[in-house]
Design a protein around this ligand. Structure first.
Ligand code: ZN
Length: 554
């Protein structure tokens, strides 16, 4: 089972944003160049209310450690949803989430998920004192919610090679092993295969420890590598990080993988101070273990602690609701206000890492989230007579990182008639720069190369030139964020994003690294496209490939 899943997981990791599917079919055709851009004299003054300062305020709130990485269905993500709802309410926007008792709408739209959690008291204890709570856990299959425990003296078994177990009495004891984790350089692919190699190694050592009669195993590492943190983030669940799955609405989309079946005995991988605390009980130091070769480590095999250590653990399942947030500004035209344009973003991210650090997701997607908050404010500030003819919906979804769940749920359970939704402008990762997508540029999709290319993409190129923002080809990201669920329903879409940078899906994606001026320019561009599209009588339409701009470096 797992082997089959691996290529899918690999492609998921490489592609990142949500669902991994085949690459988009690019229809090649001879592009046309656009006429020289005109000044945007029609732009309403309210666009000036979108500022780098306000974006920064929103983004620092959403990407704070207190939000615990905004994993779908967890308290951190619910707090993010509340932030959106409070903001929309304060702007006087109308709620457009689920119907409450069939009458009025809430700001929230909920969908069912199941959370599989590690019991909060799971940990390694000395007497009553917790030596460690974090770490990557592999636990026996659940047998109810009751906290279970194993107890015994610690015995060091070196690297935990097969030969290390020979002649060591582990019966009724807890095996302690050492594992070196090196930081791998050379790209995401290398890091990912290294992460999986480490996980396989953890599993192998757990099995050997169980066979040798150990009641539990503790694997110490020098420092958890980013490769290990990435792999365990995909595969594991640990204190503070549940495994989330869809409850009762099909298996489409990507699921997070738990440690299937788990191991026969409780196993934990510890790094940093927590590893140090356990090593001390054996009279060892993690730094020193790291400098020893195999022989050196071998000479320490059999060292035993004087004190008994307890491992407490349990796996629990919980039914929960994950939240989207939806609000709208009514259009000014009596007829056209029945049609609506959507601004969407995902507010969720990856939660906590195995070493206790937080996936802050500042760029992914604190950046897109703050632009939608600011764009909503700009629309709300328009004088009534300046409001666009059509209505404008602001939709913040969850579940994106798990496979575009929130937008899939919305597109299957729309709170606005789907036929009357004229466009989706989606914002996901907008505040960073790379060689491919530098500070003065943003990636956009679908471009003129694709059949789904629309008037929205053409406006992006046209207005971008006036705003000093170059468009780069983002077609490789076409199926990787929430707009894709609207595109599948035949709705014209445009998606803005930056590029995969070294902090992508890492705890190092923090708000201090965001380029707020760039973010403000992208937000203003999106506002203008949305304003123009919602206001002009002619609805947005798909142009097909070939009809569009042809910038030099896109
Ligand atoms: Zn992401």
């Amino acid at each position: 089972m797992q082997d089959k899943k691996l290529p899918l997981l690999l492609s998921f990791f490489l592609m990142g944003w949500g669902a991994a599917f085949s690459s988009p079919v690019l229809a090649q055709a001879k592009p046309q160049t656009l006429a020289k851009p005109k000044a945007l004299e029609w732009a309403p003054k309210a666009v000036a209310s979108i500022t780098a300062k306000d974006l920064k305020k929103h983004l620092y709130y959403l990407a704070d450690d207190k939000m615990e990485g905004r994993l779908t269905g967890t308290p951190g993500q619910i707090r993010a949803a509340e932030y959106f709802a409070d903001h929309f309410r304060s702007l006087g926007l109308k709620p457009m989430g689920d119907l409450i008792r069939g009458k009025r709408h809430s700001f929230y739209q909920g969908y069912p998920v199941t959370l599989e959690k590690v019991h909060p008291k799971t940990g390694v204890y000395l007497g009553g004192k917790a030596l460690s709570r974090h770490g990557y856990w592999s636990l026996p299959k659940p047998k109810g919610k009751l906290l279970r425990k194993v107890q015994g003296k610690l015995v060091f078994v070196g690297k935990g090679m097969r030969s290390d177990f020979q002649g060591v009495d582990l019966d009724g004891k807890i095996a302690v092993l050492y594992m070196h984790q090196k930081q791998v350089k050379g790209g995401v692919m290398k890091a990912f295969s290294e992460g999986f190699r480490l996980l396989a190694s953890v599993r192998g050592r757990a099995k050997l420890s169980a066979q040798a009669g150990a009641r539990g195993a503790i694997i110490l590492t020098n420092k958890m590598s980013t490769a290990f943190l990435s792999a365990t983030n995909m595969m594991g669940f640990f204190p503070g990080k549940p495994k989330v799955s869809r409850r009762g609405w099909g298996g489409r989309g990507m699921r997070m993988f738990g440690n299937r079946g788990g191991s026969k005995i409780p196993v934990v991988v510890l790094g940093g101070k927590e590893a140090q605390g356990v090593a001390q009980l054996l009279g060892l130091k993690v730094d020193e273990l790291d400098s020893l070769d195999r022989e050196g480590l071998g000479s320490l095999v059999g060292e035993e602690s004087k004190k008994q250590v307890t491992i407490r653990y349990a796996r629990m399942k919980e039914e929960a609701k994950a939240l989207n947030v939806c609000a709208y500004l009514p259009g000014r035209d009596p007829k056209l206000k029945k049609e609506a344009l959507i601004f969407s973003c995902h507010m969720d991210h990856l939660g906590m890492a195995a070493d206790g650090s937080v996936f802050n997701g500042a760029d992914d997607n604190g950046s897109g989230s703050s632009t939608v908050l600011e764009i909503a404010e700009a629309f709300a500030r328009l004088p009534k007579e300046q409001r666009p003819r059509r209505s404008v919906i602001f939709l913040a979804v969850s579940g994106e990182e798990l496979g575009l769940w929130g937008s899939e749920w919305y597109s299957e359970h729309p709170t606005w008639p789907l036929k009357k939704i004229v466009a989706d402008i989606n914002m996901d990762m907008l505040g960073r720069s790379t060689d491919k997508v530098p500070s003065n540029a943003i990636a956009v999709t679908p471009t003129w190369r694709m059949g789904a290319y629309s008037t929205l993409g053409r406006m992006a190129a046209e207005f971008g030139e006036v705003l000093g923002l170059e468009m780069r080809n983002g077609d490789r990201f076409y199926r990787r964020s929430d707009h894709y669920n609207f595109a599948k329903k035949g709705i014209p879409v445009v998606f803005f994003c930056d590029d995969e940078h070294p902090d992508y899906h890492m705890p190092s994606d923090t708000p201090d690294k965001i380029e707020y001026d760039k973010l403000a320019r992208v937000a203003r561009l999106a506002f203008l496209i949305g304003y123009r599209t919602a206001d002009q009588i002619e609805p947005p339409r798909v142009l097909g490939s070939g009809d569009g701009w042809f910038p030099k470096k896109d």
